[in-house]
Design a protein around this ligand. Structure first.
Ligand code: HSE
Length: 292
């Protein structure tokens, strides 16, 4: 038997829609695998009642199939589904790393990214790598068609998760079909600023680079209280605020020492909007870890 812990992630970071992602140092999914003649899946933990255990319908079933690695797979969810914190990706990433080890398949971490992304397609309808890449590799990742670039980065973050559900499918339906040239120019500037901020470990640049004039405004409509939460987080010292992944979690970047105040302010603002929420005081963390 083998155990893998794979972290929650935050994709997009505003300006990097379907491209940027970071591993969060908490929360995380834990997956245990043992060899079997056919794949079985059991799920416990946060939101497990909403997750199918049928291998045809669960992200990890597709991963086991792709690696030709049938196994008994036990998933302990630390990351609630439909949260915007890469819940299905954490399970897919953990399963890919675990089954690769269990069956000694010899794939590199980079090679496991598209395999885990296929698992993602089972739940979201499309194979995005922007959550599985950081969950497998850790740090800040740039996922492109032709591969993934990753860098270690250290930026304090707050991920505030409201008690509402936004499915990735629904959140993708509101993504605009196109963008005006001035929005494209602004987005390129923001994304470049954010990437440099990650490389330098500069919360100011990362926060400024999170601004997104194209996708985030449409998705904000799906999150009750988003505008107030965003404003409150800035007032409490955030350097940047955006929707985490497809939402509804809201991500704030900040300088060290500001997380507690920002977390409290975001939870209060959701509360004022009539929405229960919890906040993770977190940061950019490591990728999937194997325990024998
Ligand atoms: N980039 C994806 C989205 C992340 O925002 O829809 C969720 O899979």
């Amino acid at each position: 038997m083998l155990t893998v812990r794979a972290p929650a992630t935050s994709a997009n970071l505003g300006s990097g829609f379907d491209v940027f992602g970071v591993a969060l140092d908490r929360p995380a999914d834990v997956v245990r695998v043992s060899k079997a003649d056919r794949t079985t899946i059991s799920v416990t933990g946060a939101g497990s009642q909403f997750i199918p255990e049928d291998p045809e319908k669960n992200t990890v079933g597709a991963v086991a199939e792709a690696l030709d690695a049938p196994a008994h797979i036990r998933i302990d969810k630390g990351v609630r589904p439909a949260s915007g914190l890469g819940s299905s990706a954490a399970s897919a990433a953990a399963a890919a790393v675990a089954l690769n080890e269990l069956y000694d398949r010899g794939r590199t971490r980079e090679e496991l990214v598209p395999i885990a992304a296929e698992g993602e397609a089972v739940v979201s309808g499309a194979a995005h790598a922007d959550n599985v890449a950081p969950s497998i590799l850790g740090g800040f990742t740039i996922a492109r068609e032709d591969g993934v670039t990753s860098v270690d980065a250290s930026i304090p973050l707050v991920a505030c998760l409201p008690d509402i559900v936004v499915s990735t499918r629904d959140a993708r339906r509101v993504v605009p079909d196109g963008a005006r040239m001035e929005e494209v120019v602004e987005t390129v500037g923001n994304a470049a600023t954010l990437a440099v901020g990650m490389a330098r470990g500069d919360p100011e640049l990362v926060g400024r680079g999170m601004a997104d004039p194209v996708v985030t405004p449409s998705r904000a409509e799906l999150i009750e209280g988003y505008a107030a939460v965003r404003e409150t987080a800035f007032d409490a010292g955030a350097t940047g605020v955006t929707i985490s992944g497809a939402g509804p979690a809201v991500l704030a970047a900040c300088y060290p020492g500001r997380r507690r105040e920002i977390a409290a302010a975001m939870v209060d603002a959701f509360d004022d909007a009539g929405v229960d929420a919890r906040a993770y005081q977190t940061g950019i963390g490591r990728g999937a870890e194997v325990f024998r």
